[in-house]
Design a protein around this ligand. Structure first.
Ligand SMILES: Nc1nc2c(ncn2[C@@H]2O[C@H](COP(=O)(O)OP(=O)(O)OP(=O)(O)O)[C@@H](O)[C@H]2O)c(=O)[nH]1
Length: 545
């Protein structure tokens, strides 16, 4: 690759004229024949954008003007790096300099990643004609531009920073969600990571980064790689959508249908490649990708509408996908030639996907938070008695063993209270099971009201309750038991009237070896209270009043 002479002063006086174009209709023309066609007026002025998919080979003639007295080394950008067969003739007076490039030749000749095909040209004083012939089944996208060496260096640097930031941001999100998937599971995380990576791969492909830096000798790969990456990106987006929205579970048939569609889309390009049908591959990949990128919008809209806007993560998804799809559609249509080509149009997909990735990351975090809330609720439910809302035995065991260990280590008092409703069976039998339930709920509320925050109340089962009371000796615990008994006795008639309670109290003593022994002592005291005629408090180791 010949290096152009370096210009230190800014070049503002060299100008590039309007491009003129002509489609070849028959056999390939030579430069002399194209020049004859030019003189015959066969070229038309102006280049509105891409010349489309599978366009006829085209000639483009552009004039550069160097008003200086000496020759200038400049860099001429012809078009995108994916063009297959490109010839450039630099014509000045009688001299012609020819360049052959394009991704049909190994070596990624004259490819500047992110910028396209850029050829160093020497512009002699006066007019120089730049004749380009392009022949490609890929989108025929030409965008002539002239840069000085300094401008090219600056443009390359800005482009490199831009792609570095884009790949860095999207790549970091992809890695983060892959790690989230490894630690939390949830296939939507892994599908999202794959989707983001497929975007980076696609972008590396179509901007020429891959052809330039990764596979410059692999001409066959370069011919099909962008098409494969497009269909992969479209399919990854669909699969992610199905997983994120949970449609693989809620709508299995639809999900299977779309998976089938994705398989057909993914297989189409490799199948065409096997038969060497490059043009067919292009004609399959573009429409498939357009449909595949539109499907997630329909899916997101469907789920968000059904939830009437209440499903926050579906709303995030829909907003995200609209950005991503908007970018994809604008870029695809600009490259395809169905929209006028502009630099912002070409980069719309990158901006759209960066916004989409941000919103989807928010949506996925919301899902993670939701799942955590459900998990916490389930854990709380597993520790709560469904009838009374008091802690159940599982929760009691966790908190009570802590209270026990603290009491033993710091030689602090600890008492247990066991209480049982008197003749509860009769309440059930006479007033009905519902009244029995109301009675247990009422009693649980009274127990909670009498408890300190450090006390550990529990519905032991049936009509039996236990309260573990740190820092209380037997007498204080018995006083609290007595208050409860009195409250139950004074139960308002509207609540079902007086209620007899038998209560047993025990304090941890030097001989109480375990928590179970303490509870057993309180239970024994309860039995004494029952035996002594019910509706009373008994303290372990003392006579019942
Ligand atoms: N309504 C209702 N009844 C329950 C529930 N759990 C257990 N029971 C009933 O509570 C009664 C418990 O009776 P026991 O404690 O054995 O005896 P009791 O009638 O209270 O008599 P004493 O304890 O000897 O005073 C049984 O009839 C159980 O069917 C419940 O969740 N709701």
């Amino acid at each position: 690759r010949a290096d152009a002479p370096r210009n230190e002063a800014p070049v503002t006086d060299v100008s590039l004229g309007e491009p003129w174009l002509m489609a070849e209709t028959g056999a390939p023309l030579t430069l002399a024949e194209a020049q004859a066609a030019w003189r015959a007026g066969a070229f038309r002025e102006g280049l509105r954008g891409s010349l489309g998919l599978g366009a006829r080979p085209h000639w483009m003639r552009v004039e550069a003007h160097n008003p200086r007295a000496s020759a200038l080394g400049m860099h001429y950008r012809i078009g995108m790096s994916w063009l297959d067969r490109v010839t450039l003739h630099v014509v000045h007076g009688g001299s012609v300099q020819a360049f052959r490039l394009g991704d049909d030749l190994p070596g990624a000749l004259y490819v500047e990643p992110g910028l396209g095909m850029v050829v160093p040209v020497t512009l002699a004083p006066g007019r120089t004609e730049l004749w380009v012939r392009v022949d490609t089944p890929d989108p025929l996208l030409l965008s002539p531009r002239l840069w000085s060496s300094d401008e090219l260096v600056r443009t390359k640097r800005a482009t490199a920073y831009g792609y570095g930031a884009l790949y860095g941001y999207i790549g970091a999100l992809a890695v983060f969600f892959a790690l989230l998937w490894l630690s939390l599971g949830a296939q939507s995380n892994s599908a999202y990571s794959v989707y983001l990576l497929s975007f980076i791969a696609l972008n590396v492909g179509y901007t020429g980064h891959g052809w330039f830096g990764l596979w410059p000798q692999a001409v066959d790969l370069q011919r099909y790689v962008n098409l494969v990456l497009m269909t992969t990106f479209g399919s990854a987006g669909m699969v992610f959508g199905l997983r994120y929205l949970g449609l693989d579970v809620t709508r299995p048939r639809l999900s299977r249908g779309l998976m089938g569609f994705a398989v057909v889309g993914l297989a189409s390009v490799p199948l065409c490649a096997v038969f060497g049908a490059h043009e067919a591959a292009v004609l399959a990949a573009f429409p498939y990708t357009l449909v595949a990128t539109a499907v997630p919008v329909v899916l997101g809209g469907m789920v968000a509408l059904r939830a009437r806007g209440q499903d926050v993560s579906a709303n995030y998804y829909l907003a995200a996908i609209v950005f991503g799809l908007g970018g994809a559609v604008v870029t695809t249509l600009s490259v395809w030639g169905l929209l006028p080509f502009t630099v912002s149009g070409f980069h719309a997909l990158e901006v759209g996907v960066a916004l989409e990735a941000t919103l989807l990351a928010l949506g996925l975090s919301h899902q993670v938070r939701d799942r955590e809330r459900v998990r916490q609720q389930a854990s709380l439910q597993a520790r709560t008695d469904a009838l009374t809302g008091l802690p159940n035995r599982l929760a009691f065991e966790e908190r009570a063993s802590l209270a026990w260990r603290l009491s033993v280590r710091h030689h602090r008092p600890l008492s247990a209270l066991v209480l049982d409703v008197d003749r509860f069976k009769a309440i059930n039998d006479e007033l009905g099971h519902q009244a029995g339930d109301d009675c247990l709920r009422w009693l649980a509320r009274q127990i909670q009201e009498q408890c300190r925050v450090t006390d550990v109340p529990v519905r032991w089962g049936g009509d039996e309750f236990v309260v573990l009371m740190p820092e209380l000796g037997a007498d204080e615990a018995a006083a609290m038991a007595e208050r409860l008994r009195a409250v139950a006795q004074a139960r308002p008639a509207s609540e079902g009237g007086a209620l007899g309670l038998s209560l047993g109290v025990a304090e941890r003593g030097p001989d109480t070896a375990t928590l179970e022994a303490l509870l057993h002592a309180a239970d024994w005291a309860l039995l004494q209270a029952k035996r002594a005629g019910r509706n009373r408090v008994a303290i372990a180791g003392r006579d019942v009043a």
